[in-house]
Design a protein around this ligand. Structure first.
Ligand code: MN
Length: 749
């Protein structure tokens, strides 16, 4: 709930009413073709209830709150393609959560169908509870996915809600901006991707980048602006001959060039280590055909043949998602051709029907629209069924599941056939064992090998699109720990973990008995507190691990003597916490900041807090950072653009503390620079001269790798802050023979 007025918003009551009514009418306009008899009255009712319920609330920007549900309803209709029911639910999506209105009220007024969707939406909004711990959050996320499997409209409306919140993130505090952006990257954009809402997914990622790395965002969007004229000229030159030929063939098409999304340009710059100017494929050409459904496939290939008559295609870069659409329903032909001036250009060819699916996703059409080819419907259906299967699995390790599931969401798909010729869709990188688990968990558990295209292969064999796979089983087979090292699908992983856990549980029973006897002997109860002390001392994450350790002998119960005992409570012997002293401010023991501590300013805080700099991103003063309370190593400082940040911020929000740098020039920080240049004899000399002689910096290591006259080097150097590092990069870049200099990328963990 947002009720604080901070914006520069200043309308009087009359003007406000006008704005609200204007937005309501705009919603009616976009709904026009969907509205049937009776709908209008229902919509009006929903609008009145929502307006009344939110009448005293305002958004952070100062606007009346009702403008938010109105905007969400419009997004849901216009950009996701849903109808009247969803618009009504969008209007009401925050009333149960934030106002006196109850689900019963909704049910009475609109019926149980509506109440069910609103209930789903209300549950989802509780997921992001800063105070909840990780497992609660994960459990909540599992609930989201279950609602999704139940009625996709819930999650689609939620995506609309999130989209509007992201679009209006400007007026939020910096902390909220970071948190909401991270969550969007972590949960909502993979979901949008999986549901085929490419436009929305792309906007999510661009907006998240805008708030997590504002400089990068502005640099690229500025670059796009500056190169626009040149790009338009090139696109027109490229399109011209194709357009003429298509007209001769009397094909009705729309053809245009579109710049790539900012985040995808950024990804390319990062992964390929190139500057903005070198990202040549800043755009894609899109050709959209206005063909009748029975002609669309043929027409798409006709266009392909015309395009490749003018420009040579790259043989490896043809993607035919028309013959075999993606699991989320996406259909198109993609090819990359050599355009004028020797530039590779991506061309996407699809019909207007396919385009609709590409922009709004298949789920939107699913079951709520007529005329959907049944093959596609069943594809989404089977994905949802798959989701239900995993979620209803008794395995309780939700966090792990989420991690795996998220990976599943993003990977490319391959198509595998059973011996009977039935096709199954798996993520790229799947092994024969993944395939076995995909068919049935028992088949997976008993799998000893497979025949791929009639050839015998081991369980870990990676299968490829088009393979025919037959699974070989044995009744004596049992899942083992090492299987986890090669399976890639969430389903296989969660099933194997479940089997292993069951196995562990059985063995653990013995350990439990042994412990029971020991404690009886010492006259101590097996109380939850005592068990917790034992887990702490033996560093076991769960009771199951403790019992299992005792049973197999890896937990030594001799230590029990060292516990101090007070009444019937055991207290585990305290050991000194050792920390890497290199990065520490002082040698005191770690103090966890008091609960609810908001701000830590390094060096200025009267109560000095020890921290470590995260190894994955090696932050230095000047970087945008946050602190994260780890379980064993005190406070860790990460860069907000660290690849691990999104997960930490969205999953463990309650363990994040606001952090900023103090002006303190006494400490140096280890940082890394990566450079690429021409392999010239004097180059190392020149580099070390700049660092040691000119800038008087402390260099820790320099490693150079050269091949074919090009060298790549990594320098580890101690700097005081970001300015100093930037200055070093500039100096190095200015050296003759050096091509690129950049800070070492953070590592994903
Ligand atoms: Mn909302």
């Amino acid at each position: 709930m947002e009720t604080v007025i901070t914006g520069t918003y200043n309308l009087n009551e009359e003007e406000e009413k006008k704005v609200i009514l204007r937005e309501y009418r705009a919603l009616l306009r976009v709904l026009k073709q969907h509205i049937k008899k009776g709908d209008k009255a229902l919509l009006r009712r929903a609008f009145e209830i929502a307006a009344d319920a939110h009448k005293d609330m305002r958004r952070k920007s100062g606007e009346p709150y009702i403008l938010h549900p109105l905007a969400v309803a419009k997004i849901v209709v216009e950009e996701i393609g849903l109808g009247v029911t969803s618009a009504i639910c969008a209007l009401l999506h925050d009333v149960v959560e934030d106002t006196e209105t109850t689900l019963e009220d909704i049910s009475r007024e609109f019926g149980t169908n509506y109440a069910k969707i609103i209930d789903g939406l209300t549950k989802i909004s509780n997921v992001v509870d800063l105070k909840a711990d990780t497992t609660v959050q994960a459990e909540n996320f599992r609930k989201i996915l279950l609602t999704l499997a139940d009625d996709p409209r819930v999650i689609l409306i939620k995506l609309g809600d999130r989209l509007h919140n992201m679009r209006t993130l400007e007026s939020m505090s910096r902390e909220k901006q970071l948190k909401i952006s991270s969550e969007t990257t972590y949960i909502y954009s993979p979901l949008a991707h999986r549901l085929g809402l490419y436009e929305i997914k792309s906007e999510f990622e661009d907006l998240a980048l805008k708030y997590t790395q504002p400089e990068v965002y502005w640099e690229i969007s500025q670059g796009l602006k500056e190169t626009k004229r040149e790009r338009t000229r090139y696109i027109n030159e490229f399109i011209k001959p194709i357009k003429e030929e298509l007209q001769n063939e009397e094909l009705q098409v729309e053809i245009y060039g579109r710049p790539k999304a900012i985040h995808s340009i950024w990804n390319k710059m990062r992964t390929k280590h190139v500057a903005f100017e070198e990202v040549y494929d800043l755009f894609a050409i899109r050709i959209i055909l206005n063909s009748a459904p029975e002609r669309e496939k043929e027409d798409c290939w006709k266009v392909y043949s015309i395009v490749t008559n003018f420009y040579k295609p790259s043989p490896e870069r043809l993607r035919d998602w028309i013959s075999v659409p993606k699991g989320n329903g996406y259909e198109a032909l993609h090819t990359t051709v050599m355009g004028p001036g020797g530039r590779w250009v991506e061309v996407q060819i699809r019909s207007s029907r396919m385009n609709e699916i590409a922009e709004k996703g298949l789920a939107a059409h699913w079951k709520y629209k007529e005329g959907m080819p049944s093959a596609q419907e069943s594809k989404l259906d089977s994905w949802l069924q798959h989701l239900r299967d995993i979620l209803n699995n008794p395995d309780t390790d939700t966090l792990d599941f989420l991690q795996d599931f998220k990976l599943d969401l993003f990977t490319e798909e391959i198509y595998i056939y059973t011996p009977k010729g039935e096709m199954r869709v798996l993520p790229k990188g799947a092994t024969a064992l993944d395939f076995a688990f995909d068919i049935h968990s028992e088949l997976g558990a008993r799998c000893i090998g497979a025949k791929v295209n009639y050839r015998l292969v081991p369980l870990s064999h990676e299968i490829k699109s088009g393979d025919q796979v037959e699974i070989i089983t044995s009744s004596k087979q049992k899942p083992s720990e090492d299987w986890l090292s090669f399976v890639t699908t969430a389903k296989a992983k969660s099933r194997i973990k479940y089997y292993l856990k069951e196995e562990k549980r059985k063995i653990g029973e013995d350990g439990k008995e042994i412990l029971q006897r020991k404690l009886d002997h010492m006259g101590l109860p097996m109380s939850p507190q005592n068990l917790q002390e034992l887990c702490l001392h033996y560093k076991k994450p769960s009771l199951l691990d403790l019992y299992y350790g005792i049973a197999v002998g890896s937990v030594d119960l001799k230590d029990l003597k060292e516990f101090s005992i007070s009444g019937d409570k055991m207290i585990h012997p305290v050991k000194e916490v050792k920390l890497d002293s290199k990065h520490l401010l002082s040698e005191e023991t770690v103090k966890k900041p008091a609960k609810g501590a908001e701000l830590i300013i390094f060096g200025e805080s009267s109560d000095k807090i020890l921290y470590k700099l995260a190894q994955c991103c090696q932050p230095i003063p000047g970087d945008d950072v946050f602190g994260f309370i780890t379980t064993g190593e005190g406070l860790k400082i990460h860069r907000t653009d660290c690849p691990n940040a999104a997960q930490l911020l969205s999953h463990y929000g309650h363990r994040v503390v606001k952090t900023k740098w103090a002006k303190n020039k006494e400490i140096s920080f280890l940082s890394g620079v990566r450079l690429v240049g021409l392999d010239d004899v004097g180059v190392i000399q020149k580099i070390t001269n700049v660092i040691s002689a000119d800038l008087k910096m402390n260099m820790r290591s320099l490693s150079i790798d050269s091949h074919d006259g090009v060298f790549e080097g990594t320098i580890m150097v101690y700097v005081h802050d970001r300015d100093e590092l930037d200055h070093l990069c500039q100096r190095l870049a200015a050296l003759e023979g050096i091509n690129t200099v950049e800070r070492l990328e953070a590592q994903e963990q």
